[in-house]
Ligand binder design. Structure first.
Ligand code: GLN
Length: 524
């Protein structure tokens, strides 16, 4: 049977509750236990299919095609473990399932209510992860205690402790402890109130993680311990840090995972964190060197850095592996359309994925700039579609070439759809063509990458592109082209799939590693 750790939030949102959940899961895994993780999101979108990245940042895609919150990416990267569509459950999914069952007449004439029907549905999503192979399930509840939307989840996890038994469930509450600058004093009252609110619901937190911009003094910790009914060693501080990956180490310095394991009646062991520590040390060294590789990330969601979180993480961690710090600038594709010279001075260019026509011509202009100036360029999904349209128009002189997504009547549908026209999402195999740069990069005749797109490179134009110097270097099992390169350029690669979803912290990804290597060699 699995044991459960519930992570809730108090005071304000955006405190790094997701990183705390990812950290506790990672630290427990580092002690040799098997873990799983799930996040509940209290909004009514059934999944992230129609969610704009402006809302919650990037949509993360799992192997099985689940479309979830960007925190799933952090979870996968912290845990180095594949998650599934069951790892992110929204209120939309919960209610949809209850209402669909009501329509099938499954409730025997009962009135269908939040308690017990919605709470039971939440619990069954939780208990689905309960199996003999998983020692600990970490569950993060989105939102903050006191939110109307968040209440059914807190009620469900309150019931869990009774059902699972005391030694099988632990509650971690993540709160904010502000400092009043003028007096230099930490204020514990918001946390006290937030814990009281949890107690009103019937949950006594076992561990409190206090996010603060400055280290907490002992008297604040004592006060929190006394007023919140939590022993002093269970008040864990989480001081704001630039380097996200330092957080689990800092938490562990305060025995975070050992405390949680003891409460679950599991024996703490020495966590294996050497690789993690090494990564953090590299990050600090790379930052201190001040010799950053300058990368332009061309996309349309420039106001929201988290819209491309997996890409920026993949670049940063590939940099660490090569002992290079990267400085990523989000460049608006619309601006490149009118002035491609804005890309002058960058060591490399990444053209981002996306949906919708806005900014597409700017991505085409960026691809042209990179190709003509031989600036190393990695194009992903919509970015790669822009690369293909650019090559067709400007090298193969196919005037009016376009993606059918934006012009169904184009004379040259170089990006088109393969029937049935549906969103291809999740991991699929690709065969890599021998002798290409891509096959050298992957050092393998095949790969399995995650996709999220409707449109594909049109195989009809493959001979034409080849004649003009662009090679398709990977294909789906049915022969649809999935990656291209221009062998005469240093690094000019586009992929219809999203390699960033499979980049991990300690393993990274060959495409990103090679990209960084080329940038580094170029800069010498
Ligand atoms: N909009 C494009 C398509 O559906 C690209 C999607 C993407 O970049 N993920 O094919």
């Amino acid at each position: 049977m699995s044991k459960y750790i519930f992570v809730t939030g108090g005071v304000v949102s955006g405190l790094g509750k997701g990183i705390t959940a990812a950290s506790i899961a990672m630290l427990i895994k580092a002690q040799g236990y098997t873990v799983d993780i799930i996040k509940f999101d209290p909004y009514f979108n059934v999944d992230s299919l129609y969610l704009s990245p402006y809302q919650h940042g990037e949509v993360f895609v799992t192997d099985d095609g689940g479309e979830g919150d960007l925190v799933l990416g952090h979870y996968e990267r912290f845990l180095d473990q594949d998650l599934s569509e069951n790892s992110n459950i929204t209120s939309g999914k919960i209610y949809l399932s209850v209402i669909s069952r009501e329509r099938e007449g499954a409730y025997d004439g009962e009135s269908v209510q939040v308690v017990p029907h919605i709470t039971n549905e939440i619990k069954s999503a939780l208990y689905r992860l309960n199996n003999p192979k998983t020692d600990v399930v970490v569950c993060e509840i989105g939102g903050v205690v006191g939110d109307i939307e968040n209440h059914p989840y807190l009620e469900a996890i309150r019931q869990c402790r009774g059902e699972l038994g005391k030694g099988n469930a632990v509650y971690i509450h993540v709160t904010y402890v502000p400092m009043i600058e003028m007096s230099g004093e930490h204020k514990t009252k918001p946390t006290q109130n937030s814990v009281k609110e949890m107690q009103n619901i019937g949950i006594q937190p076992d561990i409190i993680v206090c996010r603060s911009d400055y280290p907490l003094d002992d008297s604040s910790k004592k006060k929190l311990s006394m007023f919140c009914n939590v022993s002093r060693d269970c008040i864990i501080e989480s001081v704001t840090t630039e380097n996200l990956y330092r957080i689990p180490l800092r938490l562990q310095e305060q025995n975070f995972s050992d405390i949680a394991l003891k409460k679950l009646k599991l024996e703490p062991r020495e966590p294996k964190l050497d690789a993690w520590r090494d990564m953090c040390a590299r990050a600090e060294k790379a930052e201190a060197s001040k010799k950053h590789l300058k990368i332009a990330l061309v996309g349309k969601y420039v106001e929201k850095a988290t819209a491309y979180r997996s890409i920026t993480d993949a670049l940063t961690t590939a940099g660490l592996l090569k002992n290079k710090a990267v400085a990523i600038t989000l460049v608006s594709s619309a601006e490149i359309e009118t002035d491609p010279k804005k890309l002058d001075g960058y060591d490399g260019i990444v053209i981002a994925p996306g949906f919708g026509v806005r900014g597409f011509e700017g991505k085409i202009a960026a691809a042209r700039y990179a190709r003509e100036n031989d600036v190393p360029c990695l194009m992903i999904c919509l970015g790669a579609q822009a690369g293909i349209v650019e090559f067709a128009r400007n090298v193969c002189t196919m005037t009016g070439a376009q993606s059918q997504e934006f012009d169904a009547e184009t004379p040259y549908p170089v990006v088109g759809y393969v029937e049935p026209k549906m969103l291809k999402k999740g991991a699929f195999p690709s065969a890599i063509t021998a002798g290409t740069y891509l096959s050298k990069i992957y050092a393998s005749p095949s790969t399995r990458e995650r996709h999220r797109h409707r449109f594909d490179f049109n195989v009809k134009y493959e001979p034409m592109f080849l004649k003009n110097g662009l090679v398709f270097s990977a294909h789906s099992p049915t022969g649809v082209p999935e990656a291209f390169e221009i062998p005469t350029n240093k690094f000019y690669i586009g992929t219809i799939y999203n390699p960033e979803y499979r980049s991990r912290l300690l393993g990274t990804h060959p495409l990103f590693e090679e990209f960084i290597k080329v940038l580094g060699n170029n800069k010498k």
